[in-house]
Design a protein around this ligand. Structure first.
Ligand code: APR
Ligand code: PHB
Length: 394
């Protein structure tokens, strides 16, 4: 079997890349380790920057996002029992974000791919990438016990943090940067109306909390918990009781609780691989970098990688020019490091770090006081939250 671009992984990165290439008349086949149903069962952050929303429109999959997504022009930051609204619209000259679950983005992309009759191999076993340092890369895998080989011009490693692409690069060819945070996020999804019409990010003495949402009738909440906690230790009642303790009085009164549809603990990590190109193989999305979820940057950084990569490949096939390919890694990494810095900074601003001692708490307190009482401080938060344009600093 032969294709122009072999895409490994059918998460949002791989599916979006496939769709943008299809629109440009470039042939791509996706190989995914899991079943489609499994891919759709994963629950992840749901805040789309304008750049990401525009890209979904460009890919022709934005209809439901516009119909069902909730436009947010700000969010609340709760600290010391005081709500501070970060007015994204006012502080950034009209920018907004769209609250639309990543699972739904994935569903829309899957549907578009299916409707266009494009090939995706799901439940592929033993996926391996070969010869990406030559002009004839290959991907091998098995489906239903039958061995398959996919010959291609390029391999796009969209296979997430635990994927095979990054792992196949010789150790000496990569540099990895990593920070693992000493806590996790316990998330709960429930069919209850959200406690507030926008998000509330909470720095409480008991630990961080986040009130998010998926729709007007479905809520997503998170609590900072010790890494040693197991999800089985947290009954729904215990979750709601702890959340109440981290809210302010108005939110406590409005909070509607109900049975969880899903509950899980996710670790928090900052991680970057350099470079993101190895001959004819590229890494995009979680395969190349991870952010802690505090700024909701994961999907947005993945989307900008995919935009740079699709543009580079289109330039290669249509204009027979390789400048986009040659600068892919550098271009992505500039934007990635900006997102990484903000996600790290916002994480350390909003969580409790008891192991860092009282001095860290005092620094944090002084920084929050400064930021929330300064127009410039609030703008710093807002500008980073709504995200950079794709051609920033160019
Ligand atoms: N072979 C084929 N597919 C694989 C392999 C493999 N060896 N390993 C992993 N995969 C698949 C996974 O099953 C998954 O479906 O690659 C896909 C990667 O998808 P994601 O982890 O969702 O990564 P990505 O598409 O880059 O999306 C980034 O996800 O984690 C969030 O915050 C992150 O929002 C960001 C988004
Ligand atoms: C979510 O809705 O899951 C979500 C929203 C914002 C974040 C993280 C997660 O910063």
């Amino acid at each position: 079997m032969r294709t122009q671009v072999a895409i490994i992984g059918a998460g949002p990165s791989g599916l979006l890349l496939g769709q943008l290439l299809f629109k440009a008349g470039i042939d791509a086949v996706i190989v995914e380790r899991q079943s489609a149903q499994h891919v759709l069962s994963r629950i992840r952050a749901g805040i789309l920057e304008q750049v990401t929303a525009d890209l979904l429109d460009e890919a022709g999959v934005g209809r439901r996002m516009h119909e069902e997504g909730l436009v947010h022009t700000g969010f609340d930051l709760l600290w010391h029992d005081q709500r501070n609204r970060i007015d994204l619209g006012r502080l950034t000259g009209g920018s907004k974000v769209i609250c639309y679950g990543q699972t739904e983005v994935t569903r829309d992309l899957m549907q578009a791919r299916g409707a266009a009759g494009l090939k995706t191999f799901y439940s592929a076993a033993n996926v391996a990438v070969h010869d990406f340092d030559t002009a004839q890369p290959r991907v091998s895998f098995e489906v239903d016990g039958v061995a398959q080989t996919l010959e291609c011009d390029f391999i796009a490693g969209c296979d997430g943090f635990h994927g095979v692409c990054r792992a196949s690069v010789p150790r000496a060819a990569v540099r990895e940067f990593e920070r693992v945070y000493p806590f996790g996020w316990l998330g709960l999804l429930s069919d209850t109306p959200p406690v507030h019409h926008e998000l509330i990010y909470i720095n409480s003495r008991r630990g961080f909390a986040l009130c998010s949402q998926r729709s007007l009738t479905r809520s997503r909440y998170y609590l900072q918990v010790p890494l040693s906690d197991k999800v089985e230790q947290w009954s729904d009642e215990a979750f709601w009781d702890e959340l109440r303790l981290r809210l302010d009085e108005p939110a406590r009164e409005r909070l509607v609780t109900g049975p969880s549809l899903e509950k899980s603990i996710a670790p928090l990590r900052s991680f970057v691989t350099e470079p993101l190109r190895f001959g004819r193989m590229f890494l995009a999305g979680d395969a190349g970098h991870i952010v802690p979820p505090t700024g909701a940057k994961g999907l947005n950084l993945a989307a900008s990688d995919v935009k740079y990569l699709s543009s580079a490949l289109i330039e290669y096939y249509v204009e027979h020019a390789s400048a986009g390919i040659d600068t892919y890694s550098e271009r992505c990494l500039r934007r990635i490091w900006r997102g990484e810095r903000f996600s790290w900074w916002f994480t350390q601003l909003m969580h409790q770090f008891p192991e860092q001692g009282e001095i860290h708490a005092r620094f944090q307190q002084a920084e929050l006081e400064y930021l929330l009482h300064s127009e410039a401080g609030q703008r710093t938060i807002a500008e980073n939250y709504v995200g950079l344009p794709l051609d920033f600093g160019a």
